[in-house]
Design a protein around this ligand. Structure first.
Ligand SMILES: Nc1ncnc2c1ncn2[C@@H]1O[C@H](COP(=O)(O)OP(=O)(O)O)[C@@H](O)[C@H]1O
Ligand SMILES: [Mg+2]
Length: 237
């Protein structure tokens, strides 16, 4: 039965989709059966980041409205056969209820190991729809003050969801951080009261290629996620 993990942040542009897609690739490389479910209806781009944007015949709205079976809406990745994308290209700003999405994901869950849910920025309906479809959460932030403030608000809201596990990913760490006086990932984890499960430095290669197969950081993140329920499992207090 798939573990459903929402990747969320508060602030836009901090790397939710990047983390979601790279994590998915690392899990698929280990043989796990993975779905990336794009619930960022406004700015959906998980299919582009994973390079499958021209392969979708159907999307999640087609599955919700019964034009195809849920499995037909999955696009399999040409390079990683166990990796699938459930895109939302045609949803636009249409209202889709959280219950409808949950039904689709529940019907797919028995045949997969992970469903990674990419959520929109903000704390409005789209965020709640994504969060309510998951049982675990990854909170992504950068060390920048504006991202941290939004992450703090989201961490507070995540409490009310009673997730079985919540982990923090600090992204876009600058190598020259010492001089910039920014908080360390451990300090951020302490401030947000969310256990740290991943640290990703700012890399031109990530910016250029979106998905970096041989990334030690994303491999380590995948390892932490596999063990999330053991090592970092801790309800937000
Ligand atoms: N660690 C990183 N190093 C370099 N560029 C990054 C990194 N993480 C994300 N980016 C870039 O930042 C931009 C925003 O990332 P994205 O994952 O789309 O954010 P979000 O989904 O939170 O809006 C993208 O252009 C992405 O390539
Ligand atoms: Mg995104």
């Amino acid at each position: 039965m798939a573990r459903k993990i929402v990747i969320t942040s508060g602030k836009g542009g901090v790397g939710k989709t990047t983390v979601c897609c790279n994590l998915a690739v690392q899990l698929a490389r280990q043989g796990y059966r993975v779905i990336v479910c794009d619930l960022d209806f406004g700015l959906n781009n998980a299919d582009v980041v994973l390079g499958v944007e021209n392969r979708a015949l159907y999307d999640i709205l087609d599955a919700v409205e019964g034009r195809c079976r849920p499995k037909q809406a999955l696009v399999s990745h040409p390079r990683y056969p166990t990796l699938h994308v459930l895109s939302s290209n045609r949803v636009l700003e249409r209202y889709v209820s959280p219950q409808a999405i949950r039904l689709i994901l529940d019907s797919l869950a028995p045949q997969f190991d992970y469903i990674l849910i990419d959520s929109p920025a903000g704390i409005e309906d789209g965020f709640h729809r994504a969060a309510s479809c998951a049982e675990e959460a990854l909170l992504v932030t950068t060390p920048h003050i504006s991202a941290l403030r939004d992450a703090d608000r989201v961490a507070g809201i995540l409490k009310s969801y009673k997730f079985s596990a919540v982990g923090l990913v600090v992204n876009q760490i600058r190598r020259e951080r010492r001089r910039s006086g920014m908080l360390t990932p451990d300090e951020i984890s302490t401030a947000l009261r969310v256990p740290l499960v991943g640290i990703v430095t700012e890399e031109d290669k990530i910016f250029r290629e979106n998905v970096v197969t041989r990334s030690r950081a994303f491999r380590a993140l995948a390892e932490s996620c596999v063990n999330l329920s053991h090592a970092a499992k801790r309800r937000l207090k």
